[in-house]
Design a protein around this ligand. Structure first.
Ligand code: HAM
Length: 433
């Protein structure tokens, strides 16, 4: 019996799929570009475990969030400890910052991460149970320059990938005092509509009414249309922060829209929240999102350090790239594909292919096909540039033919000088900016 992969997961393959976004060359390209861009913005990589103690996410992401209440993969380990696969990256990075005492020497830290996240959601296009995020977290700077920097970094990655038609929506959820006041205003607006709200929203009415603004239920959406705006309930400090952020985005020419209905699905946000939207993904139209979370480090027992970051789903990035028909440079394929004729030639070819590789020349050899035409087909399928057929005649004469597969042109070369000749034909893989 064939065993299938778990629902909501997928394989990333070198070839063999029509879903082009699952091709590993594309993933490597996007990841390399994200890493390079982070280096230029002075963000360093952090890698945290894929699983953590469940309480990290309960306390960090929030006990009323959908992610924690409905979507976590949680299990007991053999010693009875409650463990969860990480549904997101921010809580783990904050835990690590505190646990490793990184802030003792210096309060400012800028990290990035790339890796899988797990959410038990209803799978559909653009929404998976294992998805991958590229994210950043910047600690120690309370001013809106840091918010603007992370938004700029995210958009720069998208721009370098060639993504078009993205919309940036920004909002503020204020500081604690603004939210307290806004919460009261929202509750008094929603109270007369209580019986018409969805069951989920009714449950949130007392505990976390702001989350109702984020409801996908059509009736809730209608009710929320007329709700008061958080922007009219900000303390002077929260208002000033948001206005400065908007000014800074103008300054670096980032177009954006203020959308006072964005609250985001995680409890840790304070002040700035933002989302980047696309029309090329269907229902899952958020390609990246983030915000500020000034109380989180302290809440986890660390110093009172502010923080701000984002994460972008790599599946969604790649799906938008494919929808927009963006090209990436092709990866290094074999420069030469050796085809041995007979046992004696096999040994010679084996040492030649190994010498090529030791000299940084991508090369491969045929060990499977019994007939030359089938071997040439393999060379073409593997996108080799040349093939070199070697039999006892070639070995005796010390001369072999290099055939360029695209043009079918052949040239004779000395086997002893083959490496030097190939080196002349091998341009290293181009670095893409
Ligand atoms: P999030 O909005 O929950 O934020 O997720 C960030 C991004 O991950 C989304 O915009 C989306 O592109 C992608 N994503 C989320 N869930 C799925 C899924 N089931 N399938 C495919 N893609 C998905 C966070 O996770 C925050 N930690 C972001 C952040 C970092 N805020 C501050 N720092």
């Amino acid at each position: 019996m064939k065993i299938q992969l778990p629902k909501g997961t997928f394989d990333i393959l070198p070839y063999g799929t029509e879903e082009l976004w699952r091709l590993s060359d594309l993933w490597q390209f996007v990841e390399a570009l994200a890493r390079r861009t982070c280096a230029e913005y002075d963000y360093r990589e952090i890698r945290t475990p894929i699983y953590e103690r469940t309480e990290l996410f309960d306390r960090g992401v929030g006990e009323t969030s959908d992610i924690v209440t409905k979507e976590m993969f949680t299990f007991e380990d053999r010693a009875g400890r409650l463990i969860s696969l990480r549904p997101e990256g921010t809580a783990s990075v904050v835990r690590s910052l505190v646990e490793e005492n990184l802030a003792a020497a210096n309060p400012v830290h800028k990290f990035f991460y790339i890796g899988p996240m797990f959410r038990y959601e209803r799978p559909q296009s653009g929404r998976y149970r294992q998805h991958h995020q590229f994210g950043v977290e910047a600690f120690g700077v309370a001013g809106p320059e840091q918010d603007a920097e992370v938004i700029d970094l995210l958009l720069q990655v998208y721009k370098r990938l060639g993504l078009k038609n993205l919309k940036v929506h920004v909002n503020t959820v204020g500081d604690a005092e603004s939210r307290e006041e806004y919460r009261a205003a929202l509750i008094s607006y929603l109270r007369p509509h209580f019986k018409d709200l969805s069951a989920d929203s009714q449950a949130r009415f007392e505990k976390n009414p702001l989350r109702i603004l984020d409801s996908k239920d059509p009736k809730d959406k209608e009710i929320v249309q007329g709700s008061p705006s958080i922007l009219n309930h900000l303390t002077p400090a929260a208002k000033e922060h948001f206005q400065r952020l908007c000014h800074l985005l103008d300054l670096i020419q980032i177009p954006y829209e203020v959308d006072d209905k964005i609250v985001r699905g995680l409890d840790y946000y304070t002040k700035t929240v933002f989302e980047v939207l696309t029309e090329d993904l269907g229902a899952q139209n958020t390609i990246g999102a983030g915000g500020r979370y000034d109380g989180l480090v302290k809440q986890f027992g660390g110093p009172d350090l502010p923080g701000v970051g984002f994460a972008t789903g790599l599946e969604r990035v790649l799906q938008v790239m494919m929808a927009q028909k963006l090209q990436i440079p092709s990866s290094a394929r074999p420069l030469v594909y050796f085809i041995p004729l007979g046992e004696e030639a096999k040994e010679k070819v084996f040492s030649l292919v190994s010498a090529c590789r030791h000299n940084h020349i991508p090369a491969d050899l045929e060990l499977h096909a019994k007939k030359v035409p089938a071997a040439i087909q393999n060379a073409i399928r593997l996108e080799a540039k040349y093939c070199c057929i070697l039999g006892s005649d070639e070995i005796q004469s010390g001369r072999a033919k290099l055939k360029e597969l695209a043009t079918r042109e052949e040239k004779e070369v000395s086997i002893d000088h083959l490496i030097a000749t190939l080196k002349g034909h091998h341009a290293p893989h181009p670095v893409v900016s």
